[in-house]
Design a protein around this ligand. Structure first.
Ligand code: AP5
Ligand code: ZN
Length: 217
């Protein structure tokens, strides 16, 4: 399974990715997570990427393409992978098509999680994340079972992403909406696009995704 999860900021890519990893045991490659780790470690790439991320802009294509190409070449990717948040525009999509073919691992499934744009602001500004294990929650839509305790690891510390401030979210949505339609058209033409209704409870979205993936495997 060579999968790409698509969806606007807040559509639920990360949330569904956690469940897909548990079920299908494929490596989760999130460009957003790679950048956040690099920022935390203050690597040169992280320092550079932060300038864009803080404004809700995309990190330059050559940087992102290089990172994903290298990641797909690693040993754990030999039996499939799940991309989350990449590609985000046509330059990235064409680059991926080329280097994934070279690696003998072309995409065979794209799942677009479609959510009405109006609800995305609320999803992003209410999101909080476990500091210890990275599990994602929402104040209203997906709270922890016991208040202040992570369901997955029992941790007690949580944080909000810097780019989830309303001003930044507004620009992230604008930038991503512009890029979205050509990408969807591209994968529709490739015959590998599947649409899932993301305006449903998390478990229902996952059930729909599972149905698609089980038919492909
Ligand atoms: P990235 O980390 O990929 O952010 P994003 O695309 O904006 O997506 P998010 O992670 O914010 O949302 P998500 O869809 O994963 O939603 P989640 O599951 O958390 O990228 C960050 C930045 O890095 C970019 O802005 C860019 O600058 C840079 N970058 C990354 N990739 C790049 C690339 N390829 N090229 C250039 N730059 C790049 O859910 C959101 C909230 O909703 C949570 O609170 C969750 O609990 C809740 N929720 C989830 N599902 C549901 C549901 N079904 N119903 C109700 N609530 C739900
Ligand atoms: Zn945790």
């Amino acid at each position: 399974l060579q999968l790409m999860l698509m969806g606007l900021p807040g559509a639920g890519k990360g949330t569904q990715a956690e469940q897909i990893v548990d079920e299908y045991k494929i490596p989760h490659i999130s460009t957003g997570d790679i950048f956040r780790a690099a920022i935390k470690n203050q690597t040169p790439m992280g320092v550079e990427a932060k300038k864009y991320i803080d404004k809700g802009e995309l990190v330059p294509d050559d940087v992102v393409n290089g990172i994903v190409k290298e990641r797909l070449g690693q040993d754990d990717v030999q039996n499939g992978y799940m991309l989350d948040g990449f590609p985000r525009n046509m330059v990235q999509a064409r680059a991926l098509k080329e280097f994934s073919a070279e690696l003998g691992q072309p995409l065979n499934c794209v799942i677009n999680i479609h959510v009405d744009p109006e609800s995305l602001m609320e999803r992003l500004t209410g999101r909080f994340i476990c500091k210890n294990c990275g599990a994602t929650y929402h104040k209203v839509f997906n709270p922890t079972k016991v208040e202040g305790t992570c369901d997955r690891c029992g941790g007690h510390e949580f944080f909000q992403r810097d780019d989830d401030k309303p001003e930044t979210v507004e620009n992230r949505l604008k930038v991503n909406i512009e890029m979205n339609t050509p990408l969807l058209d591209f994968y529709r033409e490739e015959g590998i696009l599947h649409e899932v209704n993301g305006n449903q409870p998390i478990e229902k979205v996952f059930a729909d995704i599972k149905q698609i993936l089980d038919a492909i495997k």
